[in-house]
Design a protein around this ligand. Structure first.
Ligand SMILES: [Zn+2]
Length: 204
């Protein structure tokens, strides 16, 4: 999912889902187990609408809702956990029925029934985890959380002024955050721009 405070006109720095996320990174977010869940969207399933997709699927084919987390990273400096719903079929197998912008075959998923308690106004929560100790990174992630909280509090309706206020603050921090991402992305790592190419073949 694209960062809500990604800014036009800047070199792109965005959350993306690389082919592999190291276990040590997931452990920093308290995630010890993940499963690769096959993605099979049905006709009419919408992106970023997983809970409704799952409910519609269950109405037709049975099964139950399984909540949990999917993962994306930003420049090897931050991990995002996004709540996600998949189907738990009658055969007790997980099935993702939501179109995925990153991949078509399987999605890395960590089942967590605790997500249910975090759902406000039908909005699925996110968690942002810094992968290194840095004051500016903390401030940057705090702005992202502020944006998420606004969405939650207002059922998705956020005023232009509120968005602009947060974006202006993020803009001040952005060059440092981009620099930090560059410093922490080796030539062999997937590029911080989210192209899913190794950095050696992507951004300088
Ligand atoms: Zn790149």
């Amino acid at each position: 999912m694209r960062s809500v405070i990604a800014l036009k006109g800047f070199i792109a720095l965005q959350y993306f889902d690389p082919p592999n996320i190291d276990k040590s990174i997931l452990r920093k977010a308290g995630i010890n187990e993940t499963v690769l869940v096959p993605i099979k969207p049905f006709k009419g399933a919408l992106p970023q609408n997983c809970l409704n997709n799952v409910k519609a699927y269950i109405d037709s084919f049975g099964g139950e809702v399984q909540l949990g987390w999917i993962f994306s990273i930003m420049g090897n400096i931050a991990l995002k956990l996004t709540a996600h719903a998949v189907v738990k079929t009658k055969e007790q197998k997980f099935l993702c029925v939501t179109p995925n912008q990153y991949r078509k075959d399987k999605v890395r998923f960590s089942p967590d029934n605790g997500v249910n308690a975090l759902i406000v106004n039908n909005f699925l929560p996110q968690k942002l985890v810094p992968l290194l100790t840095n004051k500016m990174l903390d401030n940057y992630l705090a702005l992202e959380r502020e944006m998420n909280d606004l969405r939650l509090a207002n059922s998705g309706m956020v005023s232009q002024k509120q968005v602009l206020d947060i974006q202006l603050k993020a803009q001040v921090l952005y060059p440092s955050i981009l620099q930090l991402a560059k410093e922490n992305t080796s030539q062999k790592d997937y590029c911080f721009c989210g192209s899913n190419k190794k950095r050696a073949k992507c951004c300088k």
